[in-house]
Design a protein around this ligand. Structure first.
Ligand SMILES: *[C@@H]1O[C@H](CO)[C@@H](O)[C@H](O)[C@H]1NC(C)=O
Ligand SMILES: *[C@@H]1O[C@H](CO)[C@@H](O)[C@H](O)[C@H]1NC(C)=O
Ligand SMILES: *[C@@H]1O[C@H](CO)[C@@H](O)[C@H](O)[C@H]1NC(C)=O
Ligand SMILES: *[C@@H]1O[C@H](CO)[C@@H](O)[C@H](O)[C@H]1NC(C)=O
Ligand SMILES: *[C@@H]1O[C@H](CO)[C@@H](O)[C@H](O)[C@H]1NC(C)=O
Length: 486
């Protein structure tokens, strides 16, 4: 057989087999709390999300990191942030930091399986050089912003914690600054871009879309129409926040509708997850869990998450197996029919989830961050039913009902007090809300978990958290946050 004919045959088989691979849509909701969705909290209006969640499988124990760059590192690389130097806070705009370039990202794996790969939304994994950015790390196309947060309408970000004053554009269409979207709320732009991609997609190829929305991260901004959906919420911040959740829900609805219209929905697998617990100080809510974003309490680390669609055997509505953010990459590659090297951190739960089997994960690290202890570092481990927290768990602490009347609703209970070397132990299966500290009662269990923790800590890479670099100044790049300075 001639090379050309062989190649044609090979490509034919490749396209035949890849045609059967599921389309994958991976949606990340930024800063969405445990109790900020309709399927948990009837005050929230999220019909599209609720339908997918309740017709799919809701994860009761899917863990994320307490903050966004660390969680996104885990989503894309399948590695713990403490192995990548990404465990401390997040990437600030003027820091010359990105996830190590030798890590293979999820879209690169899926591209190898024949997928078209698209990303729309928030990156936050570093952008100081092009090699760090989405279209160099596996995405065919990209529309979105590089940093943590910005204005939802004018798409400019300040250098928070950096050297430059003023706000500069952080919005990009592939590699070009997208300057003509001022005034358009990002959820509309992102949903419309996703719909356009779906409409243009060559259906002989499997589709992967990574949709990390800006909603519902601060600043608290939403078109009035969505705020008006919550006339019973007296607190203005919570009312607007709730509207932001509903705008996100509508965007999810528009994307699923486009998949249906194009005949792709039946063969699509959707993974939805928050990147961390909800920030209580920004009106999110994690009731009845303890703490929120920035903490390694359950309220900061148990993500609202579910899967819907192709390949799932619907035998239950919830899955209580232990899952960590580092596992999603492996799990989605398995769902796509791929095999991949088992890295030291992530594992695939595809077989367990799709067939309702127990999780293979028995332990995980909440975080290991010894930078700036005691105020900022977090250290915690889960082994079986037990969770050990060493040192400061992060704040705010406490159990908070959704805000309604006044801003004061939020700080009703603050429980944590600093000690010399605070140690907390909880049985999370029996006490998921962390009311009953067992550290005094169970010193052997504390010693056992501490020893496991120390084993992991030996493998920690120091946090990469440099001072801001003046070379990043957006004024040198046409007033836009841009790559090209590291
Ligand atoms: C990436 O490079 C670092 C530094 O050389 C090394 O320690 C690490 O093991 C590498 N990781 C991978 C996934 O190749
Ligand atoms: C964008 O909006 C923010 C408020 O969220 C404001 O501070 C900033 O000046 C605006 N920037 C531009 C370029 O309009
Ligand atoms: C912005 O400009 C691009 C490139 O010309 C165009 O494709 C896009 O439709 C424009 N978007 C808006 C909202 O004007
Ligand atoms: C969803 O689609 C409808 C109909 O095209 C549109 O009016 C609405 O603005 C879209 N919403 C979002 C959040 O994209
Ligand atoms: C907020 O408080 C008001 C006044 O007490 C009450 O009528 C309303 O139902 C509450 N709303 C929510 C969402 O709890």
């Amino acid at each position: 057989m001639g090379v050309r004919k062989f190649l044609a045959l090979f490509l034919f088989f490749l396209s035949e087999s890849s045609a059967q691979r599921p389309n994958i849509v991976f949606i990340v909701a930024d800063d969405l709390g445990w109790n900020d969705v309709g399927f948990r909290n009837p005050d929230m209006k999220t019909p599209n999300i609720d339908k997918l969640a309740t017709e799919g499988i809701i994860f009761e124990n899917a863990y994320v990191q307490p903050l966004c760059s660390p969680s996104r590192t885990a989503f894309m690389s399948g590695m713990y942030p403490f192995h990548a130097g990404m465990q401390h806070r997040t990437v600030f705009p003027q820091q010359a930091v990105c996830v190590p370039l030798n890590y293979t990202f999820l879209p690169q794996e899926l591209k190898n399986l024949g997928y078209a790969t698209h990303m729309i939304g928030k990156w936050h994994l570093g952008f100081c050089k092009w090699e760090c950015t989405p279209t160099y790390r596996g995405f065919d196309t990209y529309f979105g912003f590089y940093n943590a947060h910005e204005d939802y309408f004018n798409h400019t970000a300040s250098s928070y914690g950096g050297l430059t004053s003023g706000t500069y554009l952080d919005y990009r269409d592939n590699k070009l600054p997208a300057r003509n979207y001022s005034g358009e709320y990002s959820a509309f732009t992102f949903a419309q871009r996703a719909v356009d991609i779906i409409n243009r997609h060559d259906v002989s190829q499997p589709l992967f879309m990574y949709l990390p929305y800006q909603n519902v991260h601060a600043p608290i901004e939403v078109p009035k129409k969505y705020e008006d959906m919550y006339p019973n919420v007296i607190n203005e911040g919570r009312r607007k926040f709730s509207g932001m959740v509903s705008a996100l829900d509508e965007a999810v609805g528009n994307v699923t509708q486009a998949l249906k219209d194009r005949g792709l929905f039946e063969n699509t697998l959707i993974l939805f997850t928050a990147d961390n617990g909800g920030p209580i100080e920004w009106y999110a809510n994690n009731w009845p869990l303890r703490g929120g974003k920035h903490t390694i309490w359950e309220g900061g680390t148990r993500g609202t998450s579910f899967m819907y669609g192709a390949g799932l055997k619907k035998t239950r509505t919830t899955y209580d197996g232990m899952i960590h953010a580092v596992d999603w990459k492996h799990t989605l590659v398995s769902a796509a029919g791929g095999t991949q090297e088992t890295t030291i951190d992530g594992m695939s739960h595809w077989d367990s989830i799709s067939n309702g089997l127990p999780s293979k994960r028995t332990e995980f690290i909440y975080n290991i961050d010894d930078f700036e202890v005691p105020d900022e570092g977090h250290a915690g481990i889960r082994v079986g039913d037990y969770k050990l927290i060493l040192g400061f768990p992060g704040g705010p602490d406490g159990w908070h009902r959704p805000m309604n009347r006044t801003q004061d609703d939020i700080y009703e209970e603050t429980v944590y007090t600093t000690g010399d070397e605070p140690v907390h132990l909880f049985n999370i299966r029996e006490d998921p809300t962390e009311h009953n500290d067992l550290a005094q009662q169970m010193p052997d269990m504390v010693a056992y978990l501490r020893a496991r923790f120390e084993d992991y800590k030996k493998t920690m890479v120091p946090a990469n958290f440099p001072n801001p670099d003046p070379a990043s100044d957006p004024r040198k790049f046409g007033n836009a946050w841009s790559p090209g300075w590291c």
